[in-house]
Write a protein that binds this ligand. Structure first.
Ligand code: ATP
Ligand code: MG
Length: 249
């Protein structure tokens, strides 16, 4: 197998800055996501993980820095080009964020609005919805309302919704938070299955050490607004640096 450095970079952040008034959240953060890898970003609560991911998908504007997707600097692209790139990126929000007034089917149809074709082929909505639900083992919930689902089921439906456009890159913001350890494990297994099935590249934000251990090929620690440390789970968990050690207790 080739070394990490020969792999294709699908997502890159260079020198990202973001402040809210006096609160300098990101202070020169860098990261690269390679094709086919699971990159875990860990950081304490309030360290700026969600802010970083929101800048990445354009839900928030960075103060400074370069964000590129498949080697395209997103600030230089027009709307049309951005939309094409966006279709390749799936984002699982922190919490499951299903639309409560819509059925599971309608929730899954939502990302398909405005997309009539994928990879040049006409979209068969019903087929995609059923397939996405089957991927998460919940085909039987298609006509249910979110209020009828457990927390773990909601998370899986949200994951199915993220997968429906078969993104090449998936961004997960705290995919296991608020779930019991067994359900969390099921979600992790699901994420691994999806990675294998579609060879997706994933950026996973978590402070769940078990999740990081199981799923990460590589990790970055976001501390003091920067990419303070990077390495494999093993390398980082063996570090002597107190700031790094604190994560693995
Ligand atoms: N829209 C906003 N306006 C002002 N401050 C914000 C806004 N969004 C985030 N912040 C601040 O930015 C900092 C980082 O928030 P962020 O949500 O990125 O943390 P996080 O690392 O995702 O934490 P958690 O692990 O709890 O999800 C916090 O101090 C937060 O108060
Ligand atoms: Mg967050």
């Amino acid at each position: 197998m080739s070394s990490t450095h020969d792999k294709k970079v699908v997502l890159e952040i260079k020198d990202l800055y973001k402040a809210f008034g006096d609160n300098q959240v990101l202070n020169g953060f860098n990261m690269q996501l390679y094709e086919g890898e699971n990159l875990v970003i860990m950081g304490r609560s309030g360290s700026g993980k969600s802010v970083m991911i929101k800048c990445l998908v354009g839900l928030m504007e960075a103060d400074k820095g370069i964000i590129s997707v498949m080697h395209h600097d997103i600030t230089t692209l027009n709307q049309e080009a951005l939309d094409v790139l966006r279709a390749d990126i799936g984002f699982l929000f922190q919490g499951s964020a299903l639309y409560d007034s819509m059925t599971v089917r309608e929730n899954l149809e939502f990302p398909l609005r405005g997309h009539t074709k994928k990879n040049g082929k006409l979209i068969d909505t019903e087929k995609l919805v059923v397939e996405a639900l089957e991927n998460v083992g919940l085909a039987n919930t298609i006509d249910m309302m979110p209020s009828e689902l457990s927390g773990g089921m909601k998370r899986r439906v949200a994951l199915a919704r993220t997968l429906i456009l078969q993104p090449k890159i998936i961004l997960y913001d705290e995919p296991t938070s608020g779930l019991d350890p067994i359900t969390a494990k099921e979600i992790i297994i699901l994420m691994q299955d999806i990675q294998k099935k579609y060879n997706t590249s994933s950026l996973i934000i978590t402070h769940d050490v078990d999740c990081a251990r199981v799923i990460s090929d590589r990790m970055i620690l976001l501390i003091d607004g920067i990419d303070y440390a990077a390495g494999t789970f093993k390398e980082l968990s063996n570090s002597k640096d107190p700031k790094i050690k604190a994560f693995f207790k």
